[in-house]
Design a protein around this ligand. Structure first.
Ligand code: NAI
Ligand code: MG
Length: 500
């Protein structure tokens, strides 16, 4: 399996100049280094080379950013009417589109994903998310209640912004995750301290320039780069942050929930997953093969909704699995910037080691590797697309979120929906699932039995800005996207008036 790690010739000189330039954080409308002067390195996951250094923000930087966000919240931002907020957010969406090529390259460079996925998927989705929430800014109304008590009353609710929102995002969809968090917060009138993942801060910093260009008042969007243990932890515990929104590991999600108890800030968490891909006996085989492959290998499996447990009816199991294996073996591995790459590296050495360790543990406990099963090449952080069979439910590969191009496959004989749902639900996660079938009755019945925030039928990893997304069980708290995300950033005030 050849791995194409050199993509330097595809790097636009403008992107190269931005990435290798000096990076500062956006705090209160000013670009500044970290208070400590410390920086952290950003690597190209296709070859492990350092491509940039960004400020390593810590508690002192978070303090400054929170102060700026508070001032903007109490000051200029709260004085803007909703229509003015909507205009600014819409303008930001237009700028994202105009800078689409640049953003896509930066994104693929720092996180390694194929450029087509950035350019045609993530970047337009990012712009679309801002546009969708621009529309909501002018539609956040309270309601009037009819009062039961005797006498004359007028009572109504107001939907007010929560205040200063701290937002901690991961590296797997750096721009989409930014949009899912920043856009509804802006629409509702919150101000923001955003911390991108330490692996992928560059897209967020470039986005900061667009925020400035759009003309947002200073301090509405503040961007602090830094490690989770320093900057992220300081945000979670900060007494003047009113709300924290997080996407990442379940382990860190729990830490954030604990840290948030100090001032009882509102918390929303979008955490790990272990999605089942359930292929019923009547499924269209070609569609199921393409869908299951993409469920497992899209974004090198680094997706919280990735389909990592295949349950396939025995009568089509061999056909489906040989189809998926054939696709896996044909995927062209290479740097994200290379337009021919179909599967990029995973984001870091740490992630690569975690994935290969989990695979080896599976092998050690009796699982069989159908294809892949190891690192690809010896440059960069590539992992061969991997299919594992003969697993048992207790194995770590079946229980833990692997977050790599790795899937466990199991045949089932009896299409009893209750048993299928039990197997699918045999996980502490509950983020997503997919069902492949032409039997509408079975699809809907099974969808109702599956304990997850999203159930896809004849599709997988399909996200639309209108559709709420989030987790049951240990996959998190709250729903992002759609109208439901507005609830994360608003609180209800009741006003009751006695009419004398
Ligand atoms: P992580 O949960 O440590 O990192 C995600 C974000 O949280 C980053 O911005 C990081 O700086 C921040 N963070 C880390 N420690 C923190 C702390 N103590 N307080 C506040 N913020 C903190 O995830 P990591 O280590 O990058 O990946 C480990 C595993 O997490 C992956 O293998 C995967 O299973 C899962 N993960 C899930 C994601 C999802 O989309 N649900 C995204 C990224 C990782
Ligand atoms: Mg971590």
């Amino acid at each position: 399996m050849t791995v194409h790690t050199d993509a330097s010739k595809y790097l636009d000189p403008k992107v190269s100049a931005f990435v290798s330039g000096k990076h500062e954080m956006l705090i209160g409308g000013k670009w500044r280094p970290s208070v400590s002067g410390k920086t952290l390195d950003v690597l190209d996951p296709a070859n492990g080379k350092v491509i940039a250094a960004v400020p390593a923000g810590e508690a002192a930087d978070v303090d400054l950013a929170v102060k700026a966000a508070r001032e903007a919240f109490n000051g200029p931002w709260s004085r803007l009417v909703p229509a003015a907020r909507a205009k600014l957010i819409w303008k930001l969406a237009d700028l994202i589109d105009q800078h689409g090529l640049m953003l896509a390259q930066i994104n693929s460079y720092e996180c390694g994903k194929p450029i087509g996925d950035s350019r045609n998927g993530e970047v337009p989705f990012t712009a679309e998310t801002f546009r969708y929430y621009a529309g909501w800014a002018t539609k956040l109304n309270g309601e009037a209640m009819t009062i039961n008590a005797p006498g004359d009353w007028h009572a109504y609710t107001r939907r007010e912004p929560v205040g200063v929102a701290g937002q901690i995002i991961p590296w797997n969809f750096p721009l989409a995750m930014l949009a899912w968090k920043v856009a509804p917060a802006l629409a509702t009138g919150c101000t923001i301290v955003l911390k991108p993942a330490e692996q992928t801060p560059l897209g967020a910093l470039y986005f900061g320039r667009l925020v400035e260009e759009a003309g947002f008042p200073e301090g509405v969007v503040n961007i602090v780069t830094g490690f989770g243990e320093a900057a992220g932890a300081a945000m979670s515990a900060h007494p003047d942050i009113d709300k924290i929104a997080f996407t990442g590991s379940t382990e860190v999600g729990k830490m954030i929930a604990r840290a948030a108890t100090g001032n009882l800030k509102k918390v929303s968490l979008e955490l790990g997953g272990k999605a089942p891909t359930i292929v019923l006996g009547d499924a269209d085989i070609e569609m199921a093969v393409a869908g299951a492959s993409s469920a497992a290998f899209f974004n090198a499996g680094q997706s919280c909704g990735a389909g990592t447990r295949f349950f396939v009816h025995r009568k089509i199991y061999d056909k489906v699995m040989s189809g998926v294996a054939e696709r896996a073996e044909k995927l062209r591995l290479g740097a994200g910037l290379d337009p021919a790459s179909e599967l990029g590296p995973v984001v870091s050495q740490q992630q690569m080691e975690r994935i290969t360790r989990l695979i080896s543990e599976g092998r050690g406990s009796g699982a069989e590797i159908v294809t892949g099963g190891e690192r690809a090449g010896d440059v960069g952080y590539f992992v061969k697309p991997t299919i594992i069979s003969s697993t048992t439910p207790e194995m770590a590969v079946m229980r833990e979120e692997i977050f790599g191009p790795v899937v466990c496959a199991m045949p089932f004989d009896d299409e009893d929906l209750e048993t299928l749902a039990q197997d699918a639900n045999d996980t502490e996660y509950g983020l997503a699932a997919s069902i492949w079938t032409n039997n509408l009755g079975a699809a809907h019945k099974l969808a109702a039995k599956i304990k997850s925030g999203t159930v896809w039928i004849n599709c997988h990893n399909f996200n639309d800005v209108t559709m709420p997304f989030g987790g049951f069980k240990q996959s998190g708290w709250g729903r992002e996207l759609g109208a439901q995300a507005l609830d994360l950033y608003t609180q209800t005030k009741t006003v009751a008036i006695r009419l004398p």
